[in-house]
Ligand binder design. Structure first.
Ligand code: CA
Ligand code: CA
Length: 177
């Protein structure tokens, strides 16, 4: 496994453990979905509902594949297996990425404005300087809008164990002050 992938796994585990109790559970995904919905209040009910479903599907895929001892919780030790067999999560991650980015694009024009991008990524738990660095990497210079499909691809790539030097690594990098 690449170091970059392990760093991402560590960060993703921390983010997914939304209530910070040290394990990932169904409640964490409900909490995260609620935060994202609150971050983009202008998004319509259909997109919200699709996103909530995608978050639940993602949790189910994680639990089915990673909860080795069947206690309904995914510990960090269990979670590390995500990078050993990422293909099992490709479909769930794809659905998650599409639904999450759609919520940040309420008018559905395929572009996300910086404030909506920042609101959603902050709701997920990323650090502000890293969020802006990722937006700058995705955005055609000076437009203050990024492509929603390019963002969704960056999310999918983020989970790839062999990827290095990806835009998503900007989320792991130490915040630039
Ligand atoms: Ca938790
Ligand atoms: Ca477990």
């Amino acid at each position: 496994m690449r170091t970059e992938a392990l760093d991402r796994v560590r960060l993703v585990f921390t983010l997914f453990d939304a209530d910070g109790n040290g394990v990932i559970e169904a409640d964490d995904f409900e909490l995260m979905a609620g935060r994202v919905v609150a971050a983009v209040p202008e998004t319509d009910a259909a997109k919200r509902s699709t996103m909530q479903t995608a978050f639940r599907t993602f949790w189910t895929a994680l639990a089915d594949n990673l909860d080795a001892n069947g206690d309904g919780k995914v510990s960090f030790e269990e979670f590390q297996a995500v990078v050993l067999d990422p293909e099992q999560f490709t479909a769930a991650i794809g659905e998650f990425a599409e639904a999450l980015t759609a919520v940040a694009d309420p008018d559905g024009d395929g572009l996300v404005e910086r404030p909506a991008f920042v609101a959603v990524m902050t709701a997920i738990g990323f650090a502000l300087p890293n969020i802006h660095a990722l937006f700058d990497a995705l955005e055609p210079v000076g437009t203050e809008q990024a492509s929603v499909p390019v963002w969704a691809e960056a999310i999918k790539e983020y989970y790839s164990p062999d990827a290095a030097g990806t835009a998503g690594d900007l989320l792991v990098a130490a915040p630039v002050v």
